[in-house]
Design a protein around this ligand. Structure first.
Ligand SMILES: Nc1ncnc2c1ncn2[C@@H]1O[C@H](COP(=O)(O)OP(=O)(O)OP(=O)(O)O)[C@@H](O)[C@H]1O
Ligand SMILES: [Mg+2]
Length: 848
């Protein structure tokens, strides 16, 4: 690319290009955004666009590709999803008025976290700024598409990890000081920019938000960093960011990344989309605002009984009759939040403003239906009818999308505009009249007056009649079957028409921009309305879901119990059509804080555990739960862990990940936590795994005292219930007849009577020959297992952990039935399973 041979346009392009070194440049030319050079080569490949060249004949032609401006959103989204930044250079003067080359400027730079257009309607688009120093982190999350800004100080890396998991930011800004591997690892693939200056701009923050700037430490710098970055990139003042919300860790139910993943709250463990997730089940909200709020509530369930009950009261107030009127109305409310955000940035076209105006009217109707004070209070008193009136006074109801041709201002709204429109219509009428007259005068019946953008108006005459054309006409163009002419009279009309039209379009544009500017002044009020609508939408959705799926309002208290009667897995149940989902009763509490859950493969252990976790999440977000009744003592942190081999999809060194995640529980769990462990320990050799599982279970029971459900195939763990008062064994039962098993899906007290692995394998379709061989092998193994059995016995005999003193042995009974029964046992004749069963029989005997 030889700069000396550059055309003025290319020189302009290069100047703009240099302003945005880290972004692709979309350069507006007429109806297209064009990309040049390396940008073009890369983008054409990524988006499968046709790569062409400019100045084909030069020795070193410049590659280029382009996308039509009206379809740019989709392409932009894809580039941003690929982690790219895109600068948009717009024409800033009318090409018709331009002397020489049209002036262009960078209108905004879109980055993965800062996309004005093309963001998923029902998802937030967070940019996170992380500042401070290890141990005193500051974070701020900014969603510029709505104006949501929240900041916090965080004391440790796990808190930072938690907030990142909760907000799922699309882009990150890192202060230079903390650009370290730990933080980078937490961010994973998120597009990250290192920022030199992360100092808080206290003056600006207090001017904007009126916040006391000593309320936050490092979080303040993060908020400033996010705002500066966004304002600079979007070339906008971000008037839609009207509040800084500070939050504290520990005020919401703690959900870490592994828990969010394993519970499939937002994404399925396998596959993409929302199918099979709790979000997919719950998000039946009518508006995009409701969809985003629901997601937010799901990511941050509450920790305050009062606040949760307030939500449930509102859900209760949404009676079927009220839902019947309000839900359809909600469906007609546009995305007030994102439209006002665009308007505040001087973006948004006539259609969006009209949608805003009509929606405000709709909200007023909704408000008039809400007689219940608990619901009415969700909407602000001021529903901005003046803003709606202003918009609907000026704009027609179905305006065109763009500003280029006008036709969006109502007639009657502006006298001068009406006059110009009249002129244009008159002129058009005159042209029709002129056509008639000229046909008469020239005796050419086929004479037509036409118009195109290049020549304006002209008279078209076919070859056959050319001899009749009056000499005073000016020939303008020869075409295949005739000629085109103009006359002074026609020229005059044309000037009147196009002059009037240009003026009309200009005035319409000015009126629109003034209107948008006025509406932009009211963004805080509009946001309050949007927030209220979103809440009503989510609450109505909860009420609707509860009715559809027979969910119940749970009772929440500060106890450490969880009592579910007739509990189901919400997602699995909803996905069932033919087979019924079998409800179960589940009880956890101080006397049953560690529940070991046994049962053969496929019995339903994992399902049961997850349904408890999901139920707690739903309850604390204010959503009715899949149970006949439920009483839940508030949970502060929820941990869901799955043993390594269930987690293949992630393709990591699974056992290490599993152990790391388990370590986090032992470090962060409390007596208020709920821990769900699904076959933890199985990713390594049997005895290592068993020993780890055992020690973890003991620590949870003794030291942490968290409510724990532990699903496992290690039958040996049942022995934990012997010496630990808060430990219980339960199993998901199957019915056995011959060598066949039927899954009952009900949970029962006590450990499972057998493991039935081979029967399960048969059910799964393992060839009969292999099943027969396995059965034979199992028999042999069980016979030959004295060594194994003794290991088991030694495990049983491990007794309490070293630092705890052993309880005194119970006084030996003299002569009793238990003693007799023990003496009657021939240990060498028993399989390990029989031995275990014998042990239980003995225990029962002893208990009688
Ligand atoms: N209560 C229930 N009612 C009906 N179907 C159920 C119920 N619980 C589980 N299921 C179904 O049973 C199947 C197996 O469940 P799950 O994966 O929970 O078993 P598991 O005991 O964890 O098995 P594994 O030990 O192999 O991990 C799933 O398809 C699930 O949908
Ligand atoms: Mg399982």
């Amino acid at each position: 690319m030889a700069a000396s041979s550059d055309t003025p346009m290319l020189r302009q392009y290069r100047e703009l290009r240099a302003q945005v070194p880290d972004a692709l440049l979309f350069y507006r030319m007429g109806d297209f955004y064009e990309l040049f050079g390396e940008d073009a080569v890369w983008t054409a490949a990524a988006l499968e666009l046709t790569l062409t060249t400019r100045d084909r004949d030069t020795p070193d032609p410049l590659p280029m590709c382009g996308v039509p401006w009206h379809a740019a959103d989709g392409y932009l989204r894809r580039l941003l999803d690929l982690g790219k930044k895109v600068a948009i250079a717009e024409q800033v003067e009318d090409p018709k008025q331009a002397k020489g080359i049209v002036r262009r400027e960078i209108a905004r730079v879109l980055t993965p976290g800062l996309a004005a257009d093309g963001v998923e309607a029902r998802e937030p688009s967070f940019l996170v700024a992380i500042t401070g120093a290890p141990g005193a982190w500051g974070v701020a999350f900014l969603d510029a598409s709505t104006g949501d800004l929240r900041a916090a100080d965080l004391a440790d890396l796990s808190a930072l990890a938690g907030e990142l998991a909760r907000h799922a930011p699309r882009e990150a800004l890192l202060g230079r000081d903390i650009d370290c591997t730990e933080v980078r690892a937490l961010l994973g693939e998120v597009c990250t920019t290192v920022i030199e200056d992360t100092r808080p701009d206290r003056h600006e923050l207090s001017r904007r938000f009126g916040v006391a700037t000593d309320a936050l430490g490092a979080g303040l710098g993060a908020a400033s960093t996010a705002l500066r970055y966004a304002a600079e990139r979007l070339r906008a003042d971000l008037r839609n960011v009207t509040a800084l919300r500070t939050f504290r860790v520990g005020t919401a139910l703690g959900l870490d990344d592994a828990t969010i993943r394993n519970l499939e709250l937002f994404r399925p463990l396998r596959g993409t989309g929302k199918k099979g997730t709790l979000l997919g089940l719950l998000d039946r909200s009518q508006t995009a605002m409701g969809g985003r709020l629901l997601r937010d509530w799901l990511a941050s369930p509450l920790m305050d009984v009062g606040a949760i009950n307030e939500r449930f009261d509102a859900v209760d107030a949404f009676t079927p009759g009220l839902r019947g009127t309000v839900v359809p109305l909600l469906g007609q409310v546009a995305d007030l939040e994102r439209i006002s955000a665009k308007v505040a940035q001087g973006l948004g076209g006539p259609r969006e403003l009209v949608a805003l105006g009509l929606s405000l009217d709709r909200v007023a109707t909704i408000a008039s239906c809400l007689l219940d004070a608990r619901l009415a209070a969700r909407l602000p008193a001021d529903l901005s009818p003046d803003v709606a009136a202003d918009i609907l006074h000026w704009l027609v109801e179905e305006p065109p999308a763009g500003l280029d041709d006008g036709n969006f201002i109502r007639s009657g709204a502006h006298p001068e505009l009406d006059r110009l429109r009249g002129l244009a219509t008159d002129a058009k009428g005159s042209i029709a009249g002129m056509e008639e007259r000229l046909r008469g005068e020239t005796d050419i019946g086929s004479l037509k007056i036409r118009h195109n953008d290049v020549f304006g108006y002209y008279i078209e005459i076919t070859k056959a009649h050319l001899h009749k054309v009056p000499p005073a006409w000016h020939r303008k163009q020869t075409i295949a079957n005739g000629e085109r002419f103009i006359t002074p009279e026609l020229k005059e009309y044309e000037e009147a028409v196009s002059g009037a039209d240009e003026k009309r379009i200009r005035i319409e544009g000015e009126l629109f921009r003034a209107l948008r500017e006025r509406v932009g002044q009211h963004v805080p009020r509009l946001q309050a309305v949007a927030r209220g609508v979103a809440e009503l939408d989510v609450l109505a959705t909860f009420a609707e879901l509860a009715a559809t799926h027979r969910w119940a309002r749970p009772m929440l208290d500060d106890s450490r119990d969880i009592e579910l009667v007739g509990s189901r897995h919400p997602v699995v149940e909803a996905a069932r059509r033919d087979e019924r989902f079998v409800p179960n009763d589940i009880k956890l509490g101080d006397r049953a804080r560690l529940v070991l859950l046994f049962g053969p493969n496929m019995a339903g252990k994992s399902t049961l555990m997850r349904q408890v976790g999901l139920t707690v999440v739903m309850a604390q977000m204010g959503c009715p739960v899949p149970a006949r009744s439920a009483r839940i003592g508030l949970v502060d942190r929820l941990f869901v862990r799955v043993g390594a081999s269930d987690d293949l999809a992630r393709g990591q060194s699974t056992f290490m990940v599993e152990m790391g995640e388990t370590a986090n529980i032992l470090a962060g769990g409390t007596a208020r936590s709920l821990v769900l462990l699904d076959e933890i320990g199985r990713g390594t050799s049997t005895y290592d795994g068993l020993a780890i599982a055992w020690a973890v279970a003991e620590d949870l029971h003794d030291r942490i005292r968290a409510r724990t459900l532990f699903a496992t195939h290690y039958h040996e763990l049942a022995a934990l219930t012997e010496s630990n008062v808060g430990a219980r064994a339960m199993h998901v039962a199957v019915a056995e007849s011959g060598d066949k098993i039927t899954f009952l899906r009900v949970i029962r007290e006590g450990p499972a009577p057998g493991s039935f692995g081979i029967q399960c394998a048969r059910l799964a379709g393992l060839p009969p020959g292999v099943v027969a061989r396995a059965t034979q092998l199992l028999k042999q193994l069980e016979k030959k297992r004295p060594r194994v059995a003794s290991t088991q016995l030694s495990l049983f005999g491990l007794g309490p952990p070293p630092e705890v003193e052993a309880p005194p042995p119970p006084p030996a009974p003299l002569a009793d039935p238990v003693r007799e029964a023990i003496l009657a046992v021939d240990p060498d004749a028993l399989t390990p399973r029989e031995a275990l069963e014998e042990l239980y029989r003995l225990r029962r005997l002893a208990g009688e």
